[in-house]
Design a protein around this ligand. Structure first.
Ligand code: GLU
Length: 308
């Protein structure tokens, strides 16, 4: 890649503060960091604090400290989605002006009998698409989707396609409780921050067509996508705050970092490092997307070194 192209590469890590960072978070952070830094790109940190009821006190504040401890350095200020209300509001207004969104009165209960689509979510049956039924009050805002396939090529998972009307239905961009939908916020912020390369866990692969749909409707550029395998435990569950994955330890970071590196099948011959800085100096030039396991899920190694 020539210098001009390398300079344009901007990656990011965008954790939600619904709990402490864990081994699964480290894999996503490591992959996006190594991928951007290997191309002399920038790496940004964004805290996706969009969902106060699900947030864990102190988690957002701990993220920079934990990432620093593992040797990550980010460019520019940390963006917090809780401060981005105006940007999301103006995106919603832009969509509303063109009739691309509509108010929806349906509750979760109303949608219970709808078919299940991609990722186990209900496919929106279109109840409020042509206007609210008499006597119903608006709760959420939904984005209108269409029947034309949305295609993209993931840098690891290959060609992907969804027909949003069939697989997802019109999706929420502003929730009934007044908070912003993840899909809208992520698209607005990736564009505002000039992100060129989204590298994240494959659990978000199924969200990407919705994000591409929004980018098209908002006239925003489409970044490149790379969805790395997510770590699952021996019960086959994704490591997450919900499955009570252990927080990253704040002592002895190297074995955990090396576990994350090896989880992604990167070159490894038992090297030893004095500190995390030495690890990164060695690792970044060796980052190789072609070595990544082209699967959505992999079992994490357990053990004392901090697998889970
Ligand atoms: N905030 C999301 C999460 O913690 C990640 C969003 C993204 O990388 O697009 O799962």
């Amino acid at each position: 890649m020539n210098d001009a192209a390398a300079l344009r590469c901007i990656g990011r890590f965008a954790p939600s503060p619904t709990g402490p960072l864990h081994f699964g978070s480290l894999i996503a952070a490591l992959a996006s960091y190594a991928d951007a830094r290997a191309r002399q790109g920038q790496w940004l940190l964004r805290i996706e604090d969009l969902d106060p009821p699900r947030e864990h006190p102190g988690a957002a504040e701990s993220f920079p400290r934990v990432l620093e401890y593992f040797g990550f350095t980010w460019d520019g200020p940390i963006l917090r989605q809780s401060r981005r209300h105006d940007a999301y509001e103006s995106a919603l207004a832009q969509l509303a002006e063109r009739g691309k969104v509509f108010p929806c009165a349906c509750s979760r209960l109303d949608l219970e009998s709808s078919a299940t689509g991609i990722g186990g979510e209900r496919v929106y049956p279109g109840t409020c698409r042509q206007g609210l039924l008499p006597g119903r009050s608006p709760r959420a805002w939904r984005m209108r989707v269409g029947n034309e396939p949305v295609d993209f090529v993931d840098r690891l998972q290959g060609a992907q396609q969804q027909v949003l009307a069939r697989d997802v239905g019109d999706f929420v961009v502003k929730r009934a409780d007044g908070f912003w939908g993840y899909q809208l916020a992520v698209v607005v912020d990736d564009a505002a921050q000039g992100v060129t390369d989204v590298v994240r866990g494959a659990d978000l692969l199924a969200s990407t067509p919705r994000q591409i749909w929004l980018q098209r409707e908002l006239g925003l550029p489409q970044p490149h996508y790379l969805h790395v395998p997510v770590a699952i435990n021996s019960d086959g569950e994704k490591l997450s705050k919900q499955t009570l994955a252990r927080p990253l330890p704040m002592s002895d970071p190297l074995p955990v970092l090396i576990n994350a590196w090896r989880f992604l099948d990167q070159a490894w011959q038992g090297e030893e490092f004095a500190n995390v800085r030495e690890f990164w100096e060695w690792a970044i030039p060796r980052w190789d997307v072609r070595r990544l396991p082209p699967v959505a899920m992999l079992t994490a190694r357990t053990g004392k070194a901090g697998g889970l």
